[in-house]
Write a protein that binds this ligand. Sequence first.
Ligand SMILES: C[S@@+](CC[C@H](N)C(=O)[O-])C[C@H]1O[C@@H](n2cnc3c(N)ncnc32)[C@H](O)[C@@H]1O
Length: 209
Amino acid sequence: MSEASDPIFARIARRYDFINVLLSFGREQAWRRRGIAHLPPGRILDLGSGTGAADPVLHGFDVVGLDPVSEMLQLSPMSDRVVAIGESMPFADESFEGVFSAYVFRNLTSIDRTLGEIRRILKPGGKAVIVDLSRPRNPILRFLHRLGSAIALPLAGLIVRAPGDYWYLHKSLDKLAPVEELYADGPLRVERTWRMGPFGFVYGAVLAK
Ligand SMILES: C[S@@+](CC[C@H](N)C(=O)[O-])C[C@H]1O[C@@H](n2cnc3c(N)ncnc32)[C@H](O)[C@@H]1O
């Protein structure tokens, strides 16, 4: 079941939700909720659904959770769960009204392939809503944020006895272009983007087919 398992998420699965709440000062669900408000009604894929943390705020949708790490999926309350990667999804063309993905895109092997797959499985007019972490846009705030995360994240990692894994999280925040550029040349049309959280280091994006 865990052929594509990401060893980091397999290791931290049981402590994942606790540390998320701690690191976001309890705001991580509000950031998800703000994105979910843009989803159309109908069948929704939660891409990289992990432990199913979005489940309580996806009520009213027909939700399929997809994640490569079975250790994460096993903890999920979602009834429809699929072990797979976003870059190659086992779904028919045009089979979802919407795709939601929170705190996943930094972990993907290929954003281009995943966006291509999202376009394929979305119905015409369907929407993808992406929420993820990055760095503030302003260079001074970005520097301060980088400094803060270099200290805070390994410390938080110590609490859950996985400092190395949380150093990876610190590094991953610098991996991608800012949201204002990241999806601009992709296969889906950028409908809107926004920033949330301290210094605007959390972003949301609505992409339309
Ligand atoms: C930070 S967790 C986010 C989980 C959940 N979306 C949430 O809001 O709590 C990132 C998740 O992305 C998953 N992931 C990693 N690589 C992936 C890939 N290539 N395709 C889909 N999901 C992936 C991990 O297994 C992990 O469960």
